[in-house]
Design a binder for this molecule. Structure first.
Ligand code: GUN
Length: 284
């Protein structure tokens, strides 16, 4: 079984981005900038956000972390986001999800300038994605496609199953696999014969957010499995896949940690770089 090593591939992507940023600074006086908004004190979100800012620093991006209390008013949060929309040094902007109670994702995301929306979560960017002409592709699905391509796992003509239907991972993952010409099924909590459906797949993407939901009995021999889950128990991380006995059973597996997580961050930086370059070229 091949290990789909997202940590290793992300390191290569960081290096490439670092070099490109040096170039952009020297030749175009352009420093890509990312702003991350964190509302409230969700401990997992704190870790993700810290990792995003650290990654920016590694590749030479300008970065801003804006932390807001969970009881920030809608009006004030909107004002802050509009200020970042107008900030010339910021090219990519994201609001870390989930939001605390009382704030509505759809409404908050509608305040983001679609031209700065690095996660592709605004209506306009979702529409472009589903039209097949994305400005940027959502970070986790983009990272998973990069990982599969890097390990020369072909997608075209394969049967793929996505377990999970979130706006941020499951649905755009479905779109990406489909646009790479897989035949795709999306499963969720109400799927009756989950195990049977998964066993029919050449490629399974587990993004249900349920620790150990899938295991050996749910995969056909030789399948490729990508695990998007992150569950912290006693300081140890687990995925949506129970890895017992998979070594001899699968042809490839992404581990948790060190699989999809670092690829999501690498893709975020790629998206931000892409947006920064576009904004720079459009001004010329
Ligand atoms: N929460 C968990 N993952 C993500 C992500 O990639 N982007 C945002 N904005 N929130 C998240």
């Amino acid at each position: 079984m091949k290990i789909l090593n997202g940590k290793l591939l992300s390191e290569k992507i960081f290096k490439d981005i670092f070099n490109e940023v040096q170039d952009l600074k020297k030749n175009y006086n352009l420093i890509p900038g990312l702003a991350v908004c964190l509302v409230g004190d969700n401990p997992a979100s704190e870790v993700y956000v810290r990792n995003k800012i650290k990654a920016c620093e590694r590749v030479g991006f300008y970065s801003v972390l804006k932390k807001f209390p969970s009881d920030i008013s809608k009006e004030n949060l909107k004002k802050e986001i509009l200020m970042l929309n107008a900030d010339k040094n910021i090219h990519g902007l994201l609001v870390q999800l989930p939001l605390p109670k009382g704030l509505y994702e759809k409404e908050v995301l509608s305040w983001l300038d679609p031209l700065k929306d690095v996660d592709a979560l605004t209506l306009e960017n979702k529409a472009l994605l589903w039209q097949g002409a994305p400005r940027v592709v959502p970070c986790t699905p983009k990272g998973i496609i990069s990982l599969l391509k890097h390990y020369e796992i072909s997608i075209k003509g394969k049967t793929a199953v996505v377990v999970g239907r979130s706006q941020i991972v499951g649905l755009p993952m479905f779109q990406q696999l489909l646009s790479h010409q897989a035949t795709v099924t999306v499963c969720h909590s109400q799927t009756k014969n989950l195990s049977e459906v998964c066993r029919s797949a050449d490629i399974v993407v587990a993004c249900a957010g349920v620790k150990g939901l899938l295991s050996k009995r749910d995969f056909k021999k030789g399948a490729v499995v990508v695990d998007v889950g992150i569950h912290r128990v006693d300081k140890k991380l687990y995925g949506d896949v129970d890895t017992e006995g998979l070594k001899e059973h699968l042809s490839a597996l992404s581990l948790v940690p060190g699989g999809v997580g670092p690829m999501t961050i690498a893709s975020l930086l790629e998206n931000c770089l892409e947006i920064a370059k576009l904004s720079c070229w459009n001004k010329r």
